[in-house]
Ligand binder design. Structure first.
Ligand SMILES: Cc1cc2nc3c(=O)[nH]c(=O)nc-3n(C[C@H](O)[C@H](O)[C@H](O)COP(=O)(O)OP(=O)(O)OC[C@H]3O[C@@H](n4cnc5c(N)ncnc54)[C@H](O)[C@@H]3O)c2cc1C
Length: 380
C-alpha cells in the first residue's frame, strides 16, 4: 500500500491551504463561530474553485475525485475550519454520494451539476426523537395517495436543514415488513406546506445549524424518491463506509490542528524559568498526541484506499472512525490541559476544538456503536 500523496493530491492540498489562508482568515472562522452564522461567502468561493464537485463524476459537472482525494481535501479543510468541513460533508459527501449511486439519470442531471456549482445545498434526515443509534426503527410515515407521498412525523438532529434546498428524508413506507425493509429516501423540498424546521441550540460546530423537523400532511411527488421504494436503509448502508472514512478525515485534520496549536503554545509559554515544552510531562502529552494522530491518519488512508479499490471495509472504516474521533477528543482535552487557564478563554481557539470535538464521538455512529460494528466483524 502506497501512503504517499500523488502529485495532484499534494497540489490540491497546497492550493487549498493557500486558498484558506487567503480567503478564510482565522478571524472569519472565529466570527462564524461566535455569531453562529453559516459561512456563506466561503461556500460560494469553494464552489467557484470547483471544490464542491470534487467527488462528483465529470459528466455531471464534477472532477471525479477518489475517496483518497476527498480525504486529503477534508483533512486540510477541517484543520482550518472544522464546522465548514462538516457543512461541506453534508452536501458534498452524503447527498452527492446518495444521488450519484441511487438517483435516476434525470435526478443526477438535474441535481449534481447544481450541487457542484453551489446553487443547491442538502441535509440528510434519518434520526428521530425515539430512534438514534437504532435508526432503522424510525417512525416518520409516508403513505402513497395518488401521485404523492403524504408524510407525517418528526425528525431530530438534522444538520443544515435550515438553508437547505433539499432534505434527503428517511421515512417508513411499509410497516408490514422487518424494520430495515420498509424505509425509503425521499427528496423533500423544505418549502413544501406542512414542513416546519426549528433550530436546536448546541455545544459546538456553531456555524452549522442543527434542526428538528415537524412534518404534517406533507405532500411529496411520488417520483421524488432517491433509490428504490422500501430500499432506503439498504442504500444508506452501502455508502456508510465511505462516509465514515470521510468523517475520519475531518477528525484527523481537526486533531492535527489541536496539536499544532498546543505545540506552538508550549514553545512560547514559560513557567519556572523555562518553556513549558521543556517539561517531560508536557513532552509526554505531545508525543501521545503525535502518535495517536499519526496512527489515525494511517487508518484513514487505509480505509480510503480500500474504498477506492472497492474492497469491503466495514471494519476498517469503523476502526478509522473510532480511532480518529477518540484521538480528536483526547487531542482537544490535552490541548486544553497544556494551555492551562488560557485555553479556557474564548479568545483562544482551543476551546472551539474542545466544544466541536464531541460530535466526532456521536455522528457516523457513537463510539459504542462503532465498537459493536468492529466486534461483529471480528466474531463473524
Ligand atoms: C450535532 C449533531 C449533528 C447531527 N446531524 C445529524 C444529521 O444530519 N442527520 C441525522 O440523521 N442525524 C444527525 N445526528 C444524530 C446522530 O446521528 C445521533 O445523535 C446518533 O446516532 C446517536 O443517537 P442518539 O443521540 O439518539 O443516542 P442514543 O442512540 O439514544 O444513544 C444513547 C447512548 O446509548 C448508547 N447505545 C445505544 N445503543 C447501544 C447499544 N446497542 N449498545 C451499547 N450502547 C448503546 C449510545 O452509544 C449512547 O452512548 C446529529 C447529532 C448531533 C449531536
Amino acid at each position: 500500500m502506497d501512503f504517499d500523496l500523488t502529485e495532484a493530491q499534494t497540489a490540491m492540498r497546497d492550493g487549498l491551504r493557500a486558498f484558506l489562508r487567503r480567503e478564510c482568515p482565522i478571524d472569519y472562522v472565529r466570527d462564524c463561530d461566535e455569531t453562529e452564522r453559516f459561512p456563506t461567502e466561503l461556500y460560494a468561493k469553494l464552489a467557484a474553485q470547483g471544490w464542491l464537485g470534487l467527488p462528483i463524476a465529470e459528466e455531471y459537472g464534477g472532477s471525479g475525485g477518489s475517496c483518497a482525494d476527498l480525504a486529503v481535501f477534508l483533512e486540510e479543510f477541517a484543520g482550518h475550519f472544522e464546522a465548514a468541513a462538516n457543512i461541506y460533508y453534508t452536501t458534498v459527501v452524503i447527498a452527492a454520494d446518495a444521488i450519484s449511486h441511487f438517483g435516476t439519470e434525470a435526478q443526477k442531471r438535474d441535481l449534481l451539476p447544481r450541487l457542484a456549482r453551489g446553487e443547491i445545498r442538502f441535509a440528510f434526515s434519518l434520526s428521530e426523537p425515539n430512534s438514534g443509534s437504532d435508526a432503522a426503527s424510525l417512525r416518520t410515515r409516508a403513505v402513497l395517495d395518488g401521485d404523492h407521498w403524504v408524510v407525517n412525523g418528526q425528525k431530530m438532529f438534522c444538520s443544515c436543514a435550515q438553508g437547505a434546498d433539499y432534505i434527503l428524508l428517511m421515512v417508513r413506507t411499509d410497516t408490514a415488513v422487518p424494520k430495515h425493509d420498509g424505509i425509503t429516501m425521499l427528496l423533500l423540498d423544505p418549502k413544501t406546506p406542512g414542513v416546519e424546521i426549528r433550530k436546536l441550540k448546541k455545544l459546538g460546530l456553531k456555524p452549522m445549524d442543527l434542526n428538528e423537523i415537524f412534518l404534517t400532511d406533507v405532500r411529496v411527488p411520488a417520483g421524488d424518491v432517491i433509490g428504490a421504494v422500501h430500499g432506503g436503509w439498504h442504500n444508506v448502508l452501502k455508502t456508510l463506509d465511505y462516509e465514515r472514512c470521510c468523517l475520519s478525515a475531518v477528525n484527523v485534520g481537526a486533531a492535527q490542528s489541536c496539536l499544532d496549536k498546543a505545540l506552538a503554545y508550549t514553545k512560547e509559554r514559560e513557567q519556572f524559568g523555562q518553556k513549558i515544552s521543556q517539561f517531560q510531562l508536557t513532552r509526554a502529552k505531545l508525543a501521545d498526541m503525535e502518535m495517536e494522530i499519526d496512527a489515525s491518519r494511517l487508518l484513514l488512508y487505509r480505509s480510503a484506499t480500500l474504498v477506492d479499490r472497492g474492497i469491503p471495509n466495514n471494519k476498517q472504516s469503523a476502526i478509522a472512525n473510532l480511532a480518529s474521533s477518540e484521538t480528536y477528543m483526547r487531542a482537544a482535552v490535552n490541548g486544553m490541559r497544556l494551555m492551562g487557564g488560557w485555553g479556557y478563554l474564548m479568545e483562544f481557539d482551543m476551546q472551539r476544538h474542545y466544544r466541536d470535538a464531541k460530535l466526532a464521538e456521536i455522528g457516523g455512529g457513537t463510539s459504542e456503536i462503532l465498537r459493536i460494528v468492529i466486534s461483529r466483524e471480528m466474531l463473524r
